[in-house]
Design a protein around this ligand. Structure first.
Ligand code: 0O3
Ligand code: SF4
Length: 322
């Protein structure tokens, strides 16, 4: 097959993109656990929402399960980056499992906020997606106090105990703009609603959205690398479409790119979600280069330097040379 290659065909790659500090830590936690204790290491739910990451870890000996009851008594289980409710910790303890908690520290921060506000008898409006693991984990910290607000549509229907003792919190991977709008509408309905002490939408989510806005303004097509169940990756597609891209698609890897998407396109934007290994982006760039998009420019909008230490359970055993 031959492809038309006008000199103007170019690719703008967003930076920052790909792995955030919480994902890096969680994936490393499984890798280190496999090195330290040997296979199998059980992981409750996908460690991060990326099919390639899960497949790669499976090949190394990780076994992914839905619930802790599937883990043999006494075995090691890693909790995913999205966090778990206290009930899951209790179940694991009852079964005598050895746990490694790979919950991102920025998700743990939201759990702590939920517990604190609940202990002060606030009702908590948790903005997030129903059924998402992070929302289930956070809601499990204070089930009697948390009311889920899944998008703008829920603003008018959510019920609260006391509208004057009300705070909002959110999932870490939402659209910043959409959440701002949801909060504005919630405040119209509940004027005494208070804000969380700090942003719950994390630095990585925010930065990837800022970066994709920049490339979307100049690209007709924005390709977002990420899996279909990755909330933050899906938000990047929406943000790209809202900020100038004519089309945007979420792809697990280069094999999902359809040639017709490139028809008439001169500038393609490329970015990736926080759970996406960089080699998948490299594959997309190679695929585009074969189709005449060899002029690649990286557009950096924010510099990132956040790093998190490995879960303490692992650090202890690494220090002891287990
Ligand atoms: O929460 P989301 O579906 O975006 O999850 P991913 O794709 O695994 O990305 C990492 C985010 C996370 C672990 C929770 O903030
Ligand atoms: Fe943590 Fe944010 Fe990454 Fe989620 S997206 S794992 S909250 S750094």
């Amino acid at each position: 097959m031959t492809f038309e290659t006008p000199a103007t065909r170019r690719v703008l790659v967003a930076r920052p993109r790909g792995y955030c500090a919480g994902v890096d830590r969680a994936v490393q936690a499984v890798e280190k656990a496999l090195e330290l204790y040997g296979a199998p290491v059980y992981v409750r739910k996908q460690i991060v929402h990326n099919t390639h990451v899960v497949r790669t870890l499976e090949k190394r000996g990780a076994i992914f399960v839905e619930e802790t009851e599937e883990v043999p008594e006494g075995a090691i289980v890693v909790f995913s980056a999205h966090g778990v409710s206290p009930a899951v910790h209790r179940e694991a303890a009852e079964r005598g499992l050895r746990t490694i908690d790979a919950t991102c520290p920025l998700v743990t921060k939201v759990h702590n906020e939920a517990r604190r506000f609940a202990s002060q008898d606030y009702d908590i409006l948790l903005i997030g997606h129903e059924g998402h693991e992070e929302v289930e984990g956070t809601a499990g910290e204070a089930p009697d106090h948390i009311r889920l607000v899944d998008g703008l549509g829920a603003v008018d229907t959510v019920e609260v105990k006391d509208p004057d003792r009300l705070v909002w919190l959110s999932q870490t991977t939402l659209s910043v703009d959409e959440t701002t709008e949801t909060v504005t509408r919630l405040k119209e309905r509940f004027p005494n609603l208070i804000d969380p002490p700090s942003d719950d939408i994390c630095y990585a989510t925010q930065n990837r959205q800022v970066a994709v806005k920049e490339i979307a303004a100049e690209a007709q097509l924005v390709i977002v690398v990420g899996s279909q169940n990755s909330s933050n990756s899906k938000r990047l597609v929406e943000v790209a479409l809202d900020h100038g891209a004519d089309a945007s698609h979420l792809v697990d890897d280069a094999s999902f790119i359809r040639d017709e998407w490139l028809d008439g396109v001169t500038t393609v934007g490329v970015t990736s979600g926080a759970s996406v290994p960089e080699d998948l982006v490299d594959g997309v760039l190679a695929h585009l280069a074969e189709r005449g998009f060899a002029d690649v420019e990286e557009v950096e909008s924010v510099q990132e330097s956040v790093r998190f230490a490995l879960p303490h359970e692992l650090r202890k055993d690494l220090r002891a040379g287990v």
